[in-house]
Write a protein that binds this ligand. Structure first.
Ligand SMILES: Nc1ncnc2c1ncn2[C@@H]1O[C@H](COP(=O)(O)OP(=O)(O)OP(=O)(O)O)[C@@H](O)[C@H]1O
Length: 292
């Protein structure tokens, strides 16, 4: 689908235009349009999106739809074959390596597997991106680490090692680390998929808090539709690398099956992952997107 979806009223914080990415023999700056024909995989096809400052934006889709590839294009962990990525007024796709490294300070990212340094303490993990980027004093870094750990309620764990923490605590360390440089954007790739329902609820509460208190724009990929419905203002449904539709709680008639399910979950007052502490503790597997 070529149409530009979505449109926050104000100037968007994130602007994607005509993004395409193929893997395989034919990947190249020509847009990967021949990707299928020549045996490659067209993972993302001509995606254009605007995401507003302070928005929580979800990406849904079946396994292999292109969700993670699309997310990794937001900070150019994947280089697009065609198209542009603009974040906070900076067109990332025009930057050289050095400028891109600096621009990435404005874009934090967390992953399903947490990706923590096992041999570093909690404080060491959070300090790490600040230390490698340079330009900050030891005191500044210590203050920033303490602030970020307080934000995720781990102020009592700076000297612990990742192996001594629960999965939820590890993900909160990863969130603190991703926020250490004060980014405007937090990208989340399946952040709760390795966690049980109770822990998922606490991570969602932390992400809501980060969004509300710091106005950090969040983009989250998840195959768990109830997670997306509990957290997001809008969700893009990706199918075959394209944006099939964007749904929100106000969408009257979703066109895809996933979109319809999301809309029903948005309006489900008893969503297991709603912010209310009295909500039901477990999630229904029927609300997950199963492999295609
Ligand atoms: N590094 C790569 N090399 C080759 N093909 C890739 C690579 N990364 C992704 N792909 C292919 O691109 C397509 C989209 O993959 P992607 O991981 O983005 O999908 P996804 O929607 O995130 O799937 P899942 O929910 O299973 O993680 C798939 O066909 C996948 O096999």
């Amino acid at each position: 689908m070529n149409a530009l979806h979505s449109l926050p009223a104000a100037e968007p914080l994130i602007r994607l235009r005509g993004l395409s990415k193929s893997f395989g023999r034919t990947a190249g700056r020509n847009g990967g349009k021949s990707g299928d024909r020549d045996g490659g995989v067209a993972a993302v096809r001509d995606v254009s999106l605007d995401i507003g400052a302070g928005e929580i934006f979800g990406i849904a889709g079946r396994s292999g739809a292109g969700k993670s590839t699309l997310l990794r294009l937001f900070n150019l962990l994947e280089q697009p074959d065609a198209g542009t990525v603009t974040v906070d007024g900076q067109e990332l796709t025009r930057l050289d390596k050095r400028a891109l490294r600096a621009a990435r300070q404005n874009i934090g990212m967390i992953f399903q597997g947490f990706n923590l340094l096992q041999n570093a303490t909690v404080a060491g993990n959070v300090a790490f991106p600040l230390e490698i980027h340079g330009g900050r004093s030891r005191e500044e870094i210590a203050r920033r680490v303490a602030d970020c750990l307080a934000l995720v309620h781990l102020e009592d764990k700076p000297q612990a090692y990742p192996a001594q923490l629960s999965g939820g605590q590890r993900q909160r360390v990863a969130i603190a680390r991703a926020l250490a440089s004060g980014p405007a954007v937090l990208l989340c790739d399946e952040p709760t998929s390795a966690l049980d329902a109770e822990t998922t609820r606490s991570i969602l509460a932390t992400l809501r808090d980060v969004n509300a208190r710091l106005n950090v724009t969040i983009v989250i990929v998840s195959h768990e539709l109830d997670v997306l419905a509990a957290l997001c203002h809008r969700v893009a449904v990706i199918d075959g690398g394209e944006v099939a539709e964007i749904v929100s709680p106000e969408t009257p008639h979703a066109i895809t099956a996933l979109g319809r399910e999301l809309v029903s979950l948005f309006s489900a007052p008893s969503s297991a992952l709603a912010s209310s502490p009295s909500s039901a503790p477990s999630r229904s597997p029927a609300r997950e997107v199963h492999h295609a």
